[in-house]
Design a protein around this ligand. Sequence first.
Ligand code: OFO
Length: 169
Amino acid sequence: MIKETISKLLNEQVNAEYYSAYLYLSMAAYADRAGYKGIANWLHVQAKEEMAHGTRIFQYMLERGALPSLGGIKAPPASYSGITEIFEKVLAHEQGVTESINRIATLAEQEKDHAAYQFISWYVSEQVEEEASAEELLTRVKLIDSHSGLLFNLDTALASRVFTDPFGR
Ligand code: OFO
């Protein structure tokens, strides 16, 4: 049985991961309507990954005898000022997620819950990748800002991203 304190943070993280999916879907809608189908595709894949992240934590809670409770998911922004703002927000969001994952890792360590610590370690590494790819895309988008031809090239490149379940299910 997992401690209540850890279970509470895991539960909040399920909500945060599903919110991430909502956020990326709202961004995908914006990118799609703005004509950037490739960027929309990248964001759709990102949203699917977030659902997988949330669901894995949900399952883990059940495996450890905790009862996940699903609260409301807040609405993401409905519109954006452009592609640059989208990737700025992706990066800022992922930095916030890293903080919440780190809080869980710290607590699991303090509580000497080795299993929870090992479980959340996957997410700690995942956040390094999440921040790195958001940072890279933001840098590229800023570099090519206003050169719509180059943005089109990036859009084409991001169209090829496909979803693969990070947990191999
Ligand atoms: Fe779940 O990694 Fe992004 O938020």
